[in-house]
Design a protein around this ligand. Structure first.
Ligand code: NAD
Length: 476
């Protein structure tokens, strides 16, 4: 049985902790009790990490594609070997069912192997020029990367943040969420154990605002990769602007799901209910606003309520649990507020609507329907186990509702009309669109949003290119 590990930062390959540093209590979301104390960086730690990252970049930018691929493949193999330990640690600190944590490890394995192949596909191009002249466009690694990962995918988020810079030939300082540090450390350790030079990837933790101001205030950092809320993303984009640091921003969403009269409602329900309560709804691409055409509205709403009631809520480490606790104390409080506000404004509560017990951060799988547009939950990302199910008449109204919000991350639709499928693919304002499917990602596919959901992509060739810059060389 894996125990929760003791915690540290990794700076220049060294495990750094103690020394009178401030600490943060990492909490078990099942009980609310402290699992371990996490050391937080002081300014000297961050300066040291920056100096090491600068050296790391000088080393790694000279590495061959084969060397980078070898490290990524080696780390992927170690993740397979360590899958069970890493998954248990993630479930202990974040709460999600063990099966979901195991999948997260395997998503990283797929991504690292894809990126390993991508190392040899970072082609430039030669331009057509008169005889005696030569012009080429080449891709070069951007420089040291500051990467900030949130707590909802404790394994997958650090995997994305580390994998792309390593494949591109950059160095990286990772600050993963203080709530889920051990999973991030386990992923970094796989890279180091696979032979990544210790200067190339480091992990710090701290007071988020202090760390981001310090790192983004340094001329050493050339790229910021952030996943988290739109509010924090906008704040960090402004900090990055002062040093003209390039950014990839993977921010909030408010996933619309359009369910048409001509769809396979049973299949839509089976997919949507599982998708909604996965990781307690704490997923940026979570299906959130169910925009249902009127003939199938009642069937869909009632089916969703049944699906919510069938969830098995419990400790993610126990067999049979389909939904664990929420990840931290802030989430159930936020969901309580959203549901109370929606009810006040006239929404109907079909299932759930309150916390479970008085230990840890459990919340009932919830469904609300006929929710007015001025309810807060119709406009802000709920990030919790609540489905909003509302009836609409026409395709035009449904598309307008899907595009109403400033978010544009994932959008889903269910229809068997091929012409409509094409119209939806054209008209939905989102970085990722699922039609009769909620599988909208993959190691080879760009993951990212438009509008307030951010810019740039992770995964796919785009994920590595986001850590690179072009240089045009013209020879006379
Ligand atoms: P938050 O907005 O304070 O934090 C979101 C993430 O950003 C956390 O990982 C946090 O450590 C980090 N962060 C916060 N301030 C930072 C700073 N100044 N510099 C660097 N990193 C910083 O709130 P929260 O309570 O952790 O999450 C609340 C909301 O954030 C959710 O409701 C959801 O909308 C959003 N969120 C989105 C994702 C995603 O995958 N896009 C993940 C987690 C949270």
């Amino acid at each position: 049985m894996t125990d929760y590990p003791s915690l540290h930062m990794i700076i220049d390959g060294e495990k750094v902790s103690g020394g009178g540093r401030r600490t943060f209590d990492v909490v078990n979301p099942v009980t609310g009790e402290t699992l371990a104390e996490l050391p937080l960086a002081d300014p000297a730690d961050l300066d040291r990490a920056l100096e090491v990252a600068e050296r790391g970049f000088r080393i790694w930018r000279k590495s061959t594609p084969q060397e980078r691929a070898h490290v990524l493949q080696g780390a992927a193999r170690l993740m397979v070997e360590r899958q069970e330990d890493i998954a248990r640690i993630a479930t202990m600190e974040e709460g999600k069912p063990l099966a979901e944590s195991r999948i997260e490890v395997m998503m990283n394995v797929g991504l690292f192997n894809f990126y390993a192949g991508e190392c040899s596909r970072l082609y430039g191009r030669e331009l057509v020029r008169p005889e005696g002249m030569r012009s080429t466009v080449r891709w070069e690694p951007v420089g040291p990367v500051a990467a900030f990962a949130p707590w909802n995918f404790p394994i997958g988020n650090p995997g994305r943040k580390l994998g792309a810079p390593v494949a591109a030939g950059c160095s990286v300082i990772l600050k993963s969420a203080e709530e889920t540090p051990a999973s991030a450390l386990a992923i970094l350790q796989c890279l180091l154990d696979a032979g990544l030079p210790k200067e190339v990837a480091q992990a710090v933790f701290g007071v988020p605002d202090e760390v981001s101001r310090h790192l983004l205030g340094s001329p050493i950092i050339r790229k910021l990769s952030f996943t988290g809320s739109t509010v924090v993303g906008k704040h960090l984009a402004k900090l990055a602007a002062d040093n003209m640091i390039r950014t990839t921003m993977e921010l909030g969403g408010h996933g619309p799901v359009l369910v048409f009269n001509d769809s396979d409602v049973d299949k839509a329900l089976a997919t949507a209910v599982g998708g909604k309560y996965r990781n307690c709804g704490q997923v940026c691409v979570s299906p959130t606003r169910f925009i249902v055409q009127e003939d199938v509205f009642e069937k869909f709403r009632d089916g969703f309520i049944e699906g919510a009631k069938a969830q098995v809520v419990g400790n993610g480490l126990e067999d049979g649990t389909t939904m664990g606790p929420m990840a931290n104390a802030r989430r159930p409080e936020a969901i309580d507020r959203f549901i109370a506000d929606a009810k006040d404004k006239g929404a109907k509560l079909g299932a759930g609507g309150k916390r479970i017990g008085n230990q840890g951060f459990f919340y009932e799988p919830s469904v609300i329907s006929e929710v007015p547009l001025d309810a807060e939950i119709m406009n802000e990302e709920p990030f919790g186990p609540v489905a909003i199910v509302n009836p609409y008449r026409t395709e035009e109204e449904m598309i307008a509702e899907a595009n109403r919000l400033p978010y544009g991350l994932a959008a889903y639709s269910w229809t068997n009309d091929v012409q409509r499928q094409r119209r939806l693919a054209d008209q939905l304002e989102a970085g990722m669109v699922g039609i009769n499917s909620h599988m909208i990602g993959g190691a080879d596919s760009p993951f990212g949003g438009v509008k307030w959901s951010g810019h740039g992509s992770e995964d796919g060739p785009e994920g590595v290119r986001a850590c690179m810059v072009t240089k045009a060389v013209h020879e006379g």
